[in-house]
Design a protein around this ligand. Structure first.
Ligand SMILES: Cc1cc2nc3c(=O)[nH]c(=O)nc-3n(C[C@H](O)[C@H](O)[C@H](O)COP(=O)(O)OP(=O)(O)OC[C@H]3O[C@@H](n4cnc5c(N)ncnc54)[C@H](O)[C@@H]3O)c2cc1C
Length: 404
């Protein structure tokens, strides 16, 4: 590849924070909230203008079940608070048994659809009210690494490049972009084509009137393949999504499927009301951390557990997520959360849905506070203290604490 040598330049140092959270998706929201509640100054930066990542801009607005499939809620703490917030100002499809409106699939489990816009607005208000500083339309382009420790981030925005100092940086980019740029070991995934969008039509508008719930007027459109690849267009390769070219081609191919349908239908058959603002890639890239969650650890004890998660696909399975999946040995001052924790195989799928994403966000935000007392070294944090802080918010660290 041809190379161009960019000239070195001096850039301004802006106002950072004790904890910078890079990325305001579901994981970043929970991380920022947790770090702030632990008493840290927190700056949450997102390249988009809206918070929520895939859960809002990406139109992935279904919260997979929080229960064990046997009638018990598994997730408490910030994950449960954010679940309730997601449905407080708009639609829910919780089954009646979980005190919902019952407008939706009544599979019986504690999961729900929510309005992405209502959740975005509510999350923005909550973070602002609690004292998290938001910086939007700003991309974190590199971690500032000095002697193996992250000291802040370099950002790009309308102002150009700025260095923002921090004691701890939480990489919640959904692609572990900062770990990757720091040279930390990472793994990429394989993604089938997917497009989720919303349209309204005459039938859905009638149903909304009957339900007394305007959200019901949005009809969910699904194109492309399932999680297991069923429905992948013939000859189309899977993609990792770690280059701009791949992401662009993925988004164009996904949207083409929708447009072809529109061309086949009568002009006024439907009105497309929401298109995703992010490529709907499930597993882009994650860190190779000090421990890797595999999804085979059903009911197994993890001594450094940061909380118990249910399995959205297999009722009855419960996993304890290891704290060590949030960091890479040798990279001080850096943590990750959400869909980029160290997880492989089924573990990557089981841990990247919203409940577990909120959970790892809360754990990262809490650990960030403790890291301030331990020279920014995540591996030096006393796990017992981290677990105690998480327990206090209503999270179970081990399966036997669920009180079933
Ligand atoms: C097709 C599909 C279907 C899914 N179905 C479900 C489902 O039904 N239920 C469920 O619970 N989950 C589902 N998921 C998974 C879930 O939506 C995601 O894994 C989860 O929302 C990821 O959250 P996150 O915060 O880790 O990352 P993201 O949502 O990717 O958030 C990352 C944020 O960081 C920002 N960002 C990225 N790079 C930078 C940067 N360099 N600087 C600043 N900001 C940056 C982005 O703008 C974004 O806001 C699905 C995912 C896909 C793709």
């Amino acid at each position: 590849m041809a190379a161009y040598e960019e000239a070195a330049r001096r850039i301004p140092v802006g106002e950072g924070a004790q904890v910078i959270v890079a990325g305001g998706g579901a994981g970043g929201i929970a991380a920022a909230l947790a770090a702030r509640r632990m008493g840290c100054t927190v700056l949450l930066i997102d390249k988009a203008l809206l918070l929520g990542g895939l859960a809002t801009q990406g139109l992935i607005n279904w919260i997979e079940p929080y229960c064990d499939g046997e009638g018990h809620r598994v997730l408490g703490g910030i994950p449960w608070e954010l679940f309730q917030l997601a449905i407080r100002y708009g639609h829910d499809s919780l089954p009646d048994a979980w005190s919902g409106t019952g407008h939706g699939p009544k599979a019986g489990r504690l999961g729900s659809w929510f309005s992405p816009e209502a959740f975005m607005l509510a999350a923005e208000e909550l973070l602002t009210r609690e004292g998290v500083t938001l910086l939007l339309d700003t991309r974190c382009v590199a971690p500032v690494m000095e002697d193996g420790r992250c000291r802040g981030v370099i950002t790009e925005s309308i102002e150009g490049r700025t260095m923002l100092p921090a004691d701890v940086v939480i990489d919640a980019t959904g692609t572990c972009e900062l770990f990757a740029r720091a040279g930390a070991p990472t793994r990429t995934g394989e993604n089938y084509l997917a497009l989720r969008a919303y349209a309204m039509d005459a039938q859905s508008q009638r149903e909304a009137l009957e339900a007394g719930d305007p959200y019901v007027a949005r009809r969910r459109l699904r194109f492309g393949a399932t999680l297991s690849g069923k429905g992948q267009p013939e000859g189309m390769p899977t993609v990792a999504g770690v280059t701009a070219r791949e992401t662009t081609d993925f988004a164009l191919a996904a949207r083409r499927m929708l447009f072809e349908q529109m061309q086949r239908e009568p002009r006024l058959a439907m009105d497309v009301v929401n298109l995703p603002q992010m490529a709907q890639l499930r597993t882009i890239r994650h860190i190779v951390g000090a421990a890797t969650f595999l999804g085979t650890e059903d009911h197994a004890r993890a001594e450094d557990s940061i909380g118990v998660i249910p399995d959205f696909m297999y009722p009855g399975r419960l996993y304890e997520l290891p704290y060590r999946s949030l960091y890479v040995p040798g990279y001080a001052g850096l943590l990750t959360c959400g869909r980029t924790i160290s997880a492989e195989g089924w573990g990557w799928h089981a841990s990247r849905v919203l409940g577990p994403v909120f959970l790892t966000g809360q754990a990262a935000g809490t650990a960030a506070r403790l890291m301030l007392d331990w020279q920014g070294e995540p591996w030096a944090v006393p796990v017992g203290r981290l677990q105690e802080a998480l327990r206090k918010t209503g999270l179970a660290m081990h399966v036997d604490e669920l009180g079933k």
